[in-house]
Every structure is written in structure tokens, then in C-alpha cells.
Ligand binder design. Structure first.
Ligand code: FAD
Ligand code: NAI
Length: 531
């Protein structure tokens, strides 16, 4: 028999109550998070030793990117004297960086100051805005250098300070000093690769840092305005209105998509005559773009590019760049090759990663690293081969995993847990070396052996890949557990891409700002002002 009408009334009433409670609960959580973010907690101070006399070890973390910040956020900072050294005093949410040059997302919405993270950790964390220039794995020291335009009162002009130097008289002062560490974590990331191709470093812009986004924006507006004063049909106007993106990995594809969106959705309103002539060309050495994605999604991306007029030049390897042309070798279908020239006004170079100088320096100092070409070699607990107190994570390492934020983030969480376990081991060793009458040393020795034996190894959990391909469409290769692999592309995937990236943002503040940016762009569009 069907339930009486009263049943539905009751169900409806309970649904309303539950929904209201859920909304109140969610609002409460949000308010608490916002409050928590703006009120740093009291912290346990850094001290040379714990109350029982055991030395409190110094953990120096290099970098403020995905790996280092994930480690910092998950670390029990009361267990170590933690010092973070990075020339960048903020964390950058790189997945949304391709949206910044055109103004889809504001740069300030995707950065989080390091100090807002260090001030909120349970133990005091010292942050030093500086770059590591040398690491001495034998004496356990790191040399750090700060370049500043502000006189700090600690300049190299003071000859009594042997460690300080003034680099030059350009107004930039360099302050050098060194730090001792008990444990060092290297999370310095990578730099854009140029493969030594002539002209690339001089003439192209990369997309790795905030400053790159600003440069692209400025250059884009420059070429648009410069082309605008030239007559139609002029070859220089045509060159200026050619944007070339080199590298069909996710960075190249995403930035090409964002630029084409800007041309179609906004520039076409403000400067239709220029927008119609502005061309985006994506150059890729291999037969396909987005090689890490499923073949169906690669085809889908090609279709979307064809539809949105992004010119795709695959099988085209750039060999040289001059101030006006990209010179490439194009492989034809019959296997023959020809040299082609693509004139450009703006060239964006996105061909992957190369090790930073500090990574190369460290490699050169450790025998076990002599075969490391593409990054530091680490074991399954991220301990650097050939050392017993240096760890490395993220893009500065060479492992079986792709250099992604997802990997670096999970490695950071792993290392945070690892350092907790290392502390437990050190404490037990200290107790055994300094036993009290009441201590059962046999039991403690067994416990120590068990802890050492059971130290977990890093296991990466791949959750899939996502990329924005322009015109409000995205591609996703998702993995749910061991049993399911979902491949999708289109507008729904785009909404999923947006939700996933909002979820991944580091702070509630960033989440709110990014959402507001999207709302703002959907209401008012993106402008064409030079900043
Ligand atoms: P980084 O995040 O690069 O951080 C390195 C840190 O080290 C920085 O703070 C830097 O200032 C600091 N540093 C540099 N030199 C020194 C030095 N000498 N001493 C001390 N500190 C130093 N991955 C994804 O999984 N999903 C994505 O959607 C995605 N999108 C991306 C979009 C773009 C445009 C780019 C460029 C990358 C993207 N990635 C993405 C890749 C991802 O950003 C990297 O894999 C990730 O940043 C690696 O983290 P990391 O901590 O190793 O290095
Ligand atoms: P990439 O290494 O993924 O791709 C670089 C591309 O440039 C390759 O396809 C390569 O064949 C091509 N290339 C190299 N030399 C060339 C030349 N001379 N001429 C023409 N093409 C050339 O680099 P990318 O996109 O910078 O990404 C770096 C890392 O960051 C990757 O691990 C990537 O997965 C990750 N990332 C992930 C994103 C996402 O998941 N949405 C977004 C951006 C980056």
C-alpha cells in the first residue's frame, strides 16, 4: 500500500530541517575557517633543547612551492626548529597561472603569503626571504643570499662582516650568510627548459612565475596597440598579431586556450579589427599535444582548437628563435622534413622543466648523484642518495612520477609524517642513551627496532589529470581508486575542472577571491588596459 499523504509531508519537513541545518553548519565552518585564517594561533617557541635535555633539531626547508608548503602545513612544527628559505615570500597556485595574463583570474587571488602559513603553525617557524646558493652536505650548512634594493644596515660595505658581499653598484645589494641544519629538505622546483636552443632565453617569455604572467600581459597589450597603428595588410602588423606558444604540454595548451578566449570573448568587443587578425599558433615537436592524456581527449582537444581557430602545428620542432621569427623543422606526412619560419609578436615558451643551478650544484657534490641529469635522485623515503639527512621533493627530483603539483603535494604530506616518526625514533634513542631508573630498556629497544623497521615508504596515489583547453571546455583523465578510470571532455568537465581547482586552493581566502574573479569576468568581461 502507498504511504499516506502525511508521510510525504513529514519527509518534506525533515528534508527542510536537514537542509537548513546543513546550510547553517556549512556557514559555521566557513566563518570559523575565515576567522581562523585571520587570527594566527599562539606558537610554541623555538628552543635549543626539549625539557628532558634532548637537542631540538633544526629542519631547514628550501622553497615555498607545492612540495615545501605541503610539508610545512602538515608538519608538527613543535618537534623541530623549522626554518624556511625561499626567494618567493608566497605560495603560488600554479594550476590557475595560465588564467592570469588575460585577467580571467587576478594574480593576488592565487598567491598565499608564506607568513600567513608559518604564523598559523603550532610551532614557531622562521621564514627567510633568500635563495640558497650553496649546500655543504659534509658540514651540514646552506649558504643563502638575499638580493634587495633596500639598504638593510647589514651591507657588504661593512668590511668587518666577512660573509657579506656587495654584488655590484646597480642598486641591488646582496646579503649572504649561512645556516646550519640537522635535516635539510630541498624543494626548490625547476626552471623552464630551453634545451640551449639559440635565441629562446633572449626572446621568449615563460609561464612559471607571477613575473612571467605580468610580462606576457604587458607584451600582449604592447603588440596589440603597436599593430593597431599600422595599416591593414602591412606585414609588420601581421607579425605583431601572431602569438606563438611553443610546447604542447598542459602549460602550452592551457595558455593558448586562455589567449584565444580573451580574443574571442573580449578583445573582439573592444578592438574587433585587431581581434580578427590576432592568431594563436601552438607548436609541438611530437605528433600530438597533451601526450599524458587519453588518445580520445587528444583528438577532442584538436577538434576544439580547430573550431576556435587555434593553429596547431604538430611534428614541428623549434630549432632557433630570433627577435621576429621562430625557425622550426617540420616533419611532413611522407617523412620528409622542411624548415619553416613563423613570424611572431609574442612568443611563449613552455617546453617543460630543467634543473635549477642549486640542484646542479648539490648534484656535483655527492658521488651517488653523479648520474643525475634531470633532477636529484632520492630513495623511496625521499632521502637523497648518498646522504643521511638531506631530503628532496617535487620538481627538483627525478623519480618515476611526473613533475606535477599533485606529486609534490603528496610528497610533502609524506615527509611531514616521516619527520614525526624520525622524531619518535630520536627521542627513544635519547631515552635509551640517558635511561631513568624506571625505564624498561629492553622494551624500549624492541620498540625502537620496530619503529625503524616499519618506517613507511612514499606511495603516490594518482587521482588523474585535468587541463583547460579553451572556449569553456576542459579535458579530464580521472582515476577513482584501482577500479575506475574516467575520461571526459567538454563543458561539464570544465565545471568539474573549476570546482576541483577551487577545492585545491590553499586557503578559503584564495577560494573566495578566485570565485569572485570568475563572477566579475562573467559580468564585466576582461579589459584591454595596460597595467
Ligand atoms: P615549485 O612549486 O616550483 O616551488 C619551488 C620553490 O622553490 C619556489 O618557492 C621557489 O621560489 C623556490 N626556490 C627556487 N630556487 C630556490 C633556491 N635557490 N633556494 C630556495 N628556494 C628556491 N601541476 C599539477 O599537478 N596540476 C596542474 O594543473 C598544474 N598546472 C601548472 C601550470 C603551470 C603554468 C605550471 C608552470 C605548472 C603547473 N603544474 C601543475 C606543475 C606544478 O606547478 C609543479 O609540479 C609544482 O609547482 C612543483 O612543486 P615544487 O614544490 O617542486 O616546486
Ligand atoms: P611538458 O614537459 O609537459 O610538455 C612540453 C612539450 O614541449 C612536450 O610535448 C615536448 O614535446 C614539447 N617540446 C619540447 N621541445 C620542443 C621544441 N623544441 N619545439 C616544439 N616543441 C617542443 O611541459 P609543461 O607543459 O611545461 O608542463 C611541465 C609539467 O607541469 C608537466 O609535468 C605537466 O604535467 C605539469 N603541468 C600540469 C598541468 C595540468 O595538469 N593541468 C598544467 C601545466 C603543467
Amino acid at each position: 500500500a502507498l504511504p499516506k499523504q502525511g508521510f510525504f509531508k513529514k519527509a518534506w519537513k525533515y528534508t527542510k530541517i536537514t537542509s537548513a541545518l546543513a546550510v547553517v553548519g556549512a556557514t559555521g565552518v566557513l566563518v570559523w575557517k575565515v576567522y581562523d585564517e585571520s587570527h594566527p594561533a599562539n606558537q610554541v617557541k623555538q628552543v635549543p633543547a626539549f625539557e628532558d635535555g634532548q637537542k631540538k633539531k633544526t629542519l631547514v626547508i628550501l622553497g615555498s612551492g607545492w612540495g615545501s608548503i605541503s610539508l610545512l602545513k602538515n608538519l608538527d612544527t613543535t618537534l623541530y626548529n623549522v626554518v624556511v628559505v625561499s626567494p618567493r615570500n608566497y605560495f603560488l597556485f600554479t594550476p590557475l597561472l595560465p588564467s592570469c595574463p588575460t585577467g580571467t583570474v587576478e594574480l593576488r587571488s592565487i598567491i598565499e603569503p608564506v607568513r600567513s602559513i608559518t604564523r598559523r603553525s603550532p610551532g614557531e617557524v622562521i621564514y627567510l626571504e633568500a635563495e640558497a646558493t650553496d649546500i655543504d652536505p659534509v658540514n651540514h650548512t646552506v649558504t643563502i643570499k638575499q638580493s634587495t634594493t633596500v639598504h638593510s644596515g647589514h651591507s657588504g660595505k661593512d668590511t668587518s662582516s666577512a660573509k657579506s658581499t656587495v654584488a655590484d653598484y646597480t642598486g641591488v645589494e646582496e646579503i649572504s650568510t649561512s645556516l646550519s641544519y640537522d635535516y635539510l629538505v630541498v624543494g626548490v622546483g625547476a626552471q623552464p627548459s630551453t634545451f640551449g636552443i639559440p635565441g629562446v632565453a633572449e626572446h621568449s617569455t615563460f609561464l612559471k612565475e607571477v613575473s612571467d604572467s605580468v610580462t606576457i600581459r604587458k607584451r600582449l597589450m604592447d603588440v596589440i596597440e603597436a599593430a593597431n597603428i599600422l595599416p591593414k595588410g602591412d606585414s609588420e602588423r601581421k607579425r605583431l598579431l601572431s602569438i606563438v606558444v611553443c610546447g604542447g604540454g598542459p602549460t602550452g595548451v592551457e595558455v593558448a586556450g586562455e589567449l584565444q578566449d580573451y580574443i574571442d570573448q573580449d578583445l573582439s568587443k573592444w578592438m574587433p579589427e585587431v581581434a580578427g587578425e590576432l592568431k594563436v599558433t601552438l607548436v609541438e615537436a611530437l605528433p600530438n599535444v597533451l601526450n599524458m592524456f587519453n588518445a580520445k581527449l587528444v583528438e577532442y582537444t584538436k577538434e576544439v582548437f580547430a573550431e576556435t581557430n587555434i593553429i596547431l602545428k604538430t611534428n614541428t620542432m623549434v630549432k632557433q628563435v630570433n627577435d621576429k621569427n621562430v625557425i622550426a623543422s617540420h616533419k611532413n606526412k611522407d617523412g620528409s622534413t622542411e624548415t619553416i619560419e613563423i613570424p611572431y609578436g609574442l612568443l611563449i615558451w613552455a617546453t617543460g622543466n630543467a634543473p635549477r643551478d642549486i640542484t646542479r650544484t648539490l648534484i656535483s657534490k655527492i658521488d651517488e648523484q653523479k648520474n643525475a641529469r634531470r633532477g636529484l635522485l632520492v630513495d623511496e623515503r625521499l632521502l637523497l642518495d648518498g646522504t643521511n639527512n638531506i631530503y628532496a621533493l617535487g620538481d627538483c627530483t627525478f623519480t618515476k612520477y611526473a613533475p606535477t603539483a599533485q606529486v609534490a603535494f603528496q610528497e610533502g604530506i609524506f615527509l611531514a609524517k616521516h619527520f614525526s616518526k624520525l622524531h619518535d625514533i630520536e627521542s627513544l634513542k635519547y631515552t635509551l642513551a640517558n635511561p631513568k631508573a624506571t625505564d624498561n630498556t629492553d622494551r624500549l629497544t624492541k620498540k625502537l627496532a620496530k619503529l625503524e623497521e616499519k618506517l613507511p615508504i612514499f606511495q603516490y596515489n594518482h587521482q588523474g589529470s585535468l587541463a583547460y583547453i579553451g572556449s569553456e571546455r576542459a579535458v579530464a583523465d580521472l582515476v577513482w581508486g584501482d577500479w575506475s578510470n574516467v575520461t571526459s571532455g567538454g563543458t561539464i568537465t570544465y565545471l568539474f575542472w573549476r570546482s576541483a581547482y577551487i577545492y585545491m586552493c590553499l586557503s578559503v581566502k584564495n577560494q573566495i577571491l578566485v570565485c569572485l574573479d570568475w563572477v566579475k569576468v562573467s559580468m564585466f568581461g576582461r579589459d584591454c588596459s595596460k597595467e
